[in-house]
Design a protein around this ligand. Structure first.
Ligand code: BES
Ligand code: MN
Ligand code: ZN
Length: 498
């Protein structure tokens, strides 16, 4: 899919479809006014017929507009001008994309030039690119697309008024495309079934990403390596599976060798049956998405490499299955983590924290500037926050503010939950340094509290993406979240202008 930036005389622009915004009470946006003038009031006349008043988000398509080179003009309702915010802008883009698909148009020029409140030109264009690319994604690996399925959009151009900075617009398109590639990779990996997307498959994908970029090195640690490192918690989970665990380590070197890296750690549980504490059958298929934290690491490394960001990033993905088996963890088993702390496994379904804790201890060796881990960690996070924000946990108030703000900017929001010491006693065990579950109360928080015991050596934040990495129900599938948020973090931390 191609994205372009165009400026100049809109009426002379050659395109199969020119997209223009109309506000409430048929108020034309600036670019729409320009076309109205060029066409001797054709748009005003059309709107006067009353089929579109601009208050909602419907679309109206006009053909053969006089004085205009575009084959057709699509007018889209954007609501009240004063209320145009990111959500309204996204809604308008959504109805444009749906209408383009209906009409099977694969090339368009978008001139919704009015900036939504809280967004600058860079953000508006990048958001548009991401949304268009998101809608163009098709899962085809194990299913032929329907014969009459609408073709994905191939080329989208964004029009910017001459006086605006087209270098910024071009950068927005480049960044958007890179982030969209990361999102698509994360979605594809999340959608693949557990019998294809195994720990070894995830590792292969990481290796082939490494081959695509000079600055990206990839190393795969095998179970024997993990044994040597003393990763007893991670290995205890994979013991119940015939698929060997992999620890994927990706290093993107975009800055000086000695510059401290941002480390991204992602849960790569390629299928979670729960183990001996087996899950109920209903919707268990969805537990193939339990590797979406890991997939978001691969996606973000891809985005960083595509953008050629000047910073160092390390991606660490512990990859394993969680299945019941004669060798699997049993409730009551006690394992020793790489940190030396012992863990009593009271529920084998709380396996994410077991594979993550060793990956987090391992991450100390990179002397990180910051570690962020992403995990589909708890159903409790979905109960508490629903499926709109990811759960954010960190002991560091400044970091919490920073990440919350990045989430707003990237349209990939988070909401902070507490991580007070008050919760720690829920993890007390009579037989080990800690238990792997903290009871029914505050399940997302006690999971984060567990992880916090392994992250004392560096600034750290944890994202529980159980509710955001996946859409459940009829349209089920992976979302690619939080690749956009992580990409935003990497762009900002690298000091790259936006
Ligand atoms: N992968 C699940 C969490 C999950 C649940 C993700 C639903 C997405 C949707 C995790 O491994 C798990 O099983 N967590 C348990 C923890 C409990 C045993 C303390 C849970 O949330 O029920
Ligand atoms: Mn589980
Ligand atoms: Zn899990």
């Amino acid at each position: 899919m191609e994205f372009k930036i165009k400026s100049g005389d809109l009426a002379k622009a050659k395109t199969p479809c020119l997209i223009l915004g109309v506000f409430d009470k048929r108020k034309l946006s600036d670019p729409a006014q320009e076309i109205d003038k060029a066409s001797d009031g054709a748009l005003s006349k059309l709107l006067a017929k009353g089929d579109l008043d601009g208050g909602g988000c419907g679309c109206l398509v006009a053909y053969d507009v006089p004085g205009v080179c575009a084959e057709r003009v699509m007018l889209v309702g954007c609501g009240k001008r004063k209320e145009l915010n990111r959500a309204a802008y996204g809604k308008a883009l959504g109805s444009v994309l749906a209408r383009l698909a209906e009409l099977r148009i694969t090339e368009a020029l978008c001139a919704l030039a009015d900036l939504p409140s809280g967004m600058d030109q860079y953000q508006a264009i990048r958001h548009g690119v991401l949304q268009a690319a998101y809608s163009a994604y098709r899962y085809v690996r194990t299913k032929e697309p329907a014969k009459d399925a609408p073709p994905p959009i191939e080329e989208l151009a964004f029009w910017v008024p001459k006086k605006q900075n087209s270098a910024t617009a071009a950068r927005a398109a480049t960044h958007g495309k890179a982030i969209a590639a990361g999102v698509a990779l994360a979605r594809e990996l999340g959608n693949l079934p557990g019998n294809i997307c195994t720990p070894a498959y995830l590792a292969e994908q990481a290796v082939s990403l490494g081959k695509r970029f000079d600055k990206l090195g990839v190393e795969i640690l095998e179970e024997s390596d993990m044994e040597q490192l003393g990763m007893g918690a991670l290995l205890s989970v994979s013991r119940g599976s015939r698929q060997p665990a992999k620890l994927i380590v990706m290093r993107y070197n975009g800055a000086a060798k000695d510059a401290k890296p941002v480390v991204l750690v992602g849960k790569g549980l390629t299928f979670d049956a729960g183990g001996i504490s087996i899950k109920p059958a209903a919707e268990m298929d969805e537990m193939k998405y339990d590797m979406c934290g890991g997939a978001s690491v691969l996606g973000s490394m891809l985005a960083a490499a595509e953008m050629d960001l000047p910073l160092n990033v390390v991606g660490v993905v512990p990859a394993s299955e969680n299945l019941p088996d004669g060798a699997a963890n049993k409730p009551g088993d006690i394992v020793t983590s790489m940190s030396g702390q012992t863990i009593e496994i009271l529920n084998t379904d709380a396996e994410g924290r077991l594979i993550l804790c060793d990956a987090l201890t391992y991450s100390e060796r990179f002397e990180p500037e910051l570690v962020v881990d992403m995990a589909t960690l708890t159903g409790a996070c979905i109960v508490g926050l629903g499926r709109h924000p990811s759960g954010l946990f960190t002991p560091d108030d400044n970091l919490a503010r920073e990440i919350a703000e990045l989430g707003e900017a990237a349209a990939d929001r988070v909401w902070r939950l507490p991580l007070w010491d008050d919760y720690q006693s829920q993890l007390d065990s009579n037989f080990a340094d800690m238990a792997n579950i903290g009871g029914r109360d505050g399940g997302a928080i006690t999971a984060a509290a567990f992880l916090s015991r392994f992250t004392k050596a560096y600034p750290w934040a944890h994202l529980d993406i159980a509710g955001t990495a996946w859409v459940t129900g009829k349209d089920k599938g992976a979302t690619g979240r939080p690749v956009a948020l992580l990409s935003e973090l990497l762009i900002r931390r690298s000091g790259t202008p936006q």
